[in-house]
Design a protein around this ligand. Structure first.
Ligand code: SF4
Ligand code: SF4
Length: 384
C-alpha cells in the first residue's frame, strides 16, 4: 500500500473511509445533545470502532449546569490574560483589535444601545495599547469574552484576576444570558488578534492565536479541574510552535481519558489515542516509530498520564521509553492520589498525607511511606 504522506491526502482518506464528520456531528452529537441518543440512534458503528472526530466538544452546551457566570469589568483590566490561561474549559477568551477594525465591526450593529454597550467591553491597557502607541506602531483594544456554553462557573478566572478585580461572578438570568451570547458572537466575528500584538515567547499571548486553541472545552472534567488547565497550556505552546497537524497525544487511562473521551464529545483538535492504564509509553513508541518511518520527524508526540499510570502501574513502560531515547515528551498529571478511583494514596502521595487507604487519625498518621520522586528517577535515564 502506498502511504498517504500529505496532510490533505490523509484527511481525505479519513473522511472517505473512517468517519463522515458532518454525519457524526449532526446525527450522533445531535442525538446526544437532545438527550434522545439511547432511543433515537441505531447501533452506532463509530462507538464499535472507538472513533470520534476532533473538536466535537465545541458542540456541547454546558450553559444549564452552573447558577453563576463571570462578568467582565473592562475598566479594571490590565490585559494580563491570566484568566484565559487558567480557565480549564476554554470558556473565557481574549482578543486584541485594531481600533479601526473594531469601529467598522461596531458600525455594523444596528441597535444603537447594544452597539454602545459592546464598544465599552474593549479595554485600553498599557500592555496592548499605551506601550504600542509610544512605540509608534498603534495600540489595540483588548476584550475578554465568556462562552456561556463552555463555562462551568468554577470562578478560577476570578481568582486568577485577583486584585485587578476585572472579573466577578454574577447570577445567570435570562437577560444577561442574551448579553453573553451577543458578546461572544462579537468575539467570533472579529478577526484573529494581529501578529504585532503577540509576544511569541509568552504563553499568555500565544493563547490569543487560533492555532493555539487546540482544546475546545466541552469535556466532562469537574468544574475547576487543574488537569484541564495544564493540558490547555501544553497544547497552546506546542500548537503555537508546531501547528495543529503536527501534535499528537497518547493518553494513559485515568481521569484525563474519562473526561476527554466522554462519547461523543472530544475537546481535542489534535490526534489522540488511548490504549490501557499501563502501556501509554509503549503505545507512543510505536506511534513515534511509524511517524519517523513516514518522515514525520517534525511532529511532536506527547504522553499524558496521571501519577497512577506513570509512577505506579505504567512505570516500567515509562522507563523503557525513556531508555530508548525516543523523541517523545511526557506530561504527568500528578494529583498525588488515584483521583479516578476516588482518591486512594499513590506512591506520589506525601508521607503523612491523608488519603483513602492511608487515613490520618489517632492510630495511623497518614501515609507511612516516603513519596516516590519520579522526576529524580527520570533524570537517571540517559538523554532525559
Ligand atoms: S468560571 Fe471557570 S469555567 Fe467559567 S470562565 Fe471562569 S474559569 Fe472558565
Ligand atoms: S485576569 Fe483580569 S486583568 Fe487579567 S486579562 Fe483577565 S480580566 Fe483582565
Amino acid at each position: 500500500m502506498t502511504p498517504l504522506t500529505t496532510y490533505e491526502a490523509r484527511l481525505e482518506d479519513i473522511r472517505a473511509n473512517v468517519v463522515d464528520i458532518e454525519d457524526f456531528n449532526e446525527r450522533v452529537v445531535g442525538a446526544y445533545n437532545s438527550g434522545l441518543a439511547e432511543r433515537a440512534l441505531p447501533a452506532d458503528d463509530y462507538t464499535a470502532r472507538s472513533v470520534v472526530p476532533a473538536g466535537t466538544g465545541a458542540l456541547r452546551d454546558f450553559s444549564y449546569i452552573a447558577p453563576d457566570i463571570p462578568e467582565f469589568l473592562p475598566e479594571n483590566c490590565v490585559g494580563c490574560m491570566d484568566c484565559v490561561t487558567q480557565c480549564p474549559d476554554t470558556a473565557i477568551l481574549g482578543k486584541v483589535a485594531e481600533p479601526a477594525t473594531l469601529a467598522d465591526h461596531l458600525a455594523g450593529i444596528p441597535d444603537e444601545s447594544l452597539r454602545g454597550r459592546i464598544g465599552t467591553q474593549w479595554a485600553v491597557t498599557n500592555k496592548y495599547f499605551n506601550v504600542l502607541e509610544k512605540k509608534g506602531v498603534g495600540g489595540g483594544k483588548f476584550g475578554i469574552f465568556i462562552d456561556l456554553t463552555k463555562c462551568k462557573g468554577c470562578a478560577e478566572c476570578v481568582d486568577a484576576c485577583g486584585d485587578h478585580k476585572a472579573l466577578r461572578m454574577i447570577r445567570k438570568i435570562p437577560e444577561n444570558l442574551d448579553w453573553f451570547r451577543q458578546t461572544f458572537s462579537v468575539y467570533k466575528a472579529m478577526p484573529e488578534t494581529p501578529a504585532k500584538f503577540i509576544n511569541e515567547k509568552a504563553l499568555s499571548d500565544m493563547m490569543l492565536t487560533e492555532r493555539s486553541l487546540l482544546y475546545v472545552g466541552g469535556a466532562g472534567s469537574c468544574m475547576g479541574c487543574g488537569e484541564a488547565t495544564a493540558l490547555r497550556m501544553m497544547l497552546a505552546a506546542t500548537g503555537f510552535l508546531y501547528g495543529q497537524e503536527n501534535v499528537g497525544i497518547v493518553a494513559a487511562t485515568g481521569c484525563n481519558t474519562v473526561y476527554t473521551s466522554t462519547y461523543p464529545y472530544n475537546p481535542y483538535r489534535v490526534s489522540w489515542t488511548n490504549s490501557l492504564f499501563e502501556n501509554a509509553p509503549a503505545d507512543a513508541m510505536g506511534v513515534r516509530a511509524r511517524w519517523d518511518q513516514l518522515g514525520w520527524s517534525n511532529k511532536r508526540l506527547w504522553i499524558i498520564g496521571g501519577d497512577g499510570a506513570m509512577n505506579d502501574i505504567g512505570f516500567q513502560s515509562l522507563s523503557r521509553m525513556m531508555a530508548s531515547g525516543a523523541d517523545i515528551k511526557v506530561l504527568v498529571l500528578d494529583t498525588q492520589v488515584y483521583s479516578n478511583t476516588g482518591g486512594q494514596a499513590s506512591t506520589s502521595s506525601f508521607k503523612g498525607q491523608d488519603a483513602k487507604m492511608s487515613y490520618h487519625g489517632s492510630s495511623i498518621a497518614g501515609k507511612k511511606e516516603n513519596r516516590k520522586e519520579l522526576a529524580n528517577i527520570c533524570m537517571m535515564h540517559k538523554d532525559v
